[in-house]
Design a protein around this ligand. Structure first.
Ligand code: BEZ
Ligand code: FE
Length: 349
């Protein structure tokens, strides 16, 4: 952080022309040496101490970035035009800013801060921009894919706590692409009919079972500004084959995750950094006994996915989040901060 003082005159009072009455100094004669503390001061007039803290740190880092890089006017304008383009290409089903956050590693970072996982629990992965709220309810064993080109897959899963106890009644949202690597919302003719997605509930033993297709690798949308940025950075835009899941039940920390299929060419170079070793699975084949057990819709030889998911209680997650926050702040030497509603704000004595 730049070591600067707010050096303009202090404590302006109500002016005849309606300037605000507050502690903000007149904003005159600002220079590269005093713009940062003065911007922070004028941003600190509201009542929301968390917002004031967030803005103060954002301004500090942004200004330091410009100072450190000697940001040129052309570069600054290119960045602003880039953001404009992100907005222009965004729609209800295309969220370029999420994509930007994903390729910058910010999505992964925010998720790991907010949903810390003790060692025995299932790790999180990116939600991504293709989750919807209109997935149909799936009965146990039902097929969520209507893609005849896809390779059929049976998933036999459980959801348990960190002690190994089954958790019944968990709402599980599942989604994947079709065999061409597109989510249903990416098809112009989708209309109101969802496919490649479904919502189900774990049974009294914490089990859930569904049919789908074997996931395939696919490129994240690369026809917009984020795709262009990746190309300029010499990066590819591919995600390894995966299937998305969220798990929700009162009292449990919401788990947003995905399972990745071992052996995918992009397993070690996911464009959005979502792969964790613990989430990479080997697919098996359904044997004759399993096919008999699950009835007519399950055929011997189809792909078999088995996975036991482990949720963290809300209380466990909150305690871990607080502990991690205190450790992280101490490591950064930020001893003047306190936690309010579990989030850091400055300690004012
Ligand atoms: C996805 O897995 O659906 C996804 C994640 C990040 C960016 C684009 C797609
Ligand atoms: Fe995906």
């Amino acid at each position: 952080m730049a070591n600067q003082q707010a050096t303009t005159a202090s404590n302006g009072k109500e002016g005849a022309r309606g300037e605000r009455s507050n502690n903000a100094p007149p904003m005159l004669d600002l220079t590269s040496d005093n713009i940062t503390p003065n911007t922070i001061r004028i941003n600190s007039q509201g009542d929301d101490e968390r917002l004031i803290y967030l803005m103060s740190r954002l301004v500090t880092h942004l200004h330091d970035f410009a100072r450190e890089t000697r940001l040129s006017t052309d570069e600054w304008m290119a960045a602003l035009n880039f953001l404009v383009k992100c907005g222009q290409i965004s729609s209800d089903v295309r969220h370029e800013f999420i994509l930007l956050s994903d390729v910058l590693g910010l999505s992964l970072l925010v998720d790991s801060i907010n949903h810390p996982k003790p060692p025995s629990s299932t790790e999180g992965s990116l939600l991504g921009p293709f989750h919807t709220h209109d997935a149909p309810a799936l009965a146990s064993g039902e097929n969520m894919s209507d893609d005849p080109q896809g390779e059929p897959l049976l998933a036999l899963c459980t959801v348990k706590d960190t002690q190994g106890n089954p958790i019944p009644g968990v709402k599980i949202d599942i989604w994947e692409t079709d065999s061409s690597g597109h989510y249903d919302v990416q098809h112009a003719d989708r209309g109101g009919v969802a496919s490649g997605r479904g919502v189900m509930v774990s049974d009294s033993e914490g089990r859930f079972r569904f049919r789908a297709i074997r996931p395939v690798s696919y490129p994240i949308p690369d026809d917009g500004p984020v795709g262009k940025l990746l190309r300029l950075l010499g990066r590819h835009c591919w995600r390894p084959a995966h299937m998305h899941f969220t798990f929700e039940k009162e009292g449990w920390d919401r788990l947003v995750t995905a399972l990745y299929i071992r052996g995918d060419p992009y397993e070690n170079s996911d464009a959005v950094f979502g792969v964790k070793r613990s989430l990479v699975v080997d697919l098996d084949r359904v044997d004759a006994e399993t096919a008999r057990k699950y009835g007519d819709d399950v055929e011997e030889g189809m792909w078999l996915l088995r996975y036991d998911f482990v949720l963290v209680s809300e209380r466990e997650a909150q305690e871990l989040r607080d502990r991690n926050a205190i450790d992280a702040l101490a490591k950064l030497g930020l001893t003047h901060l306190k936690l309010v509603d579990h989030l850091p704000v400055p300690q004012v004595d």
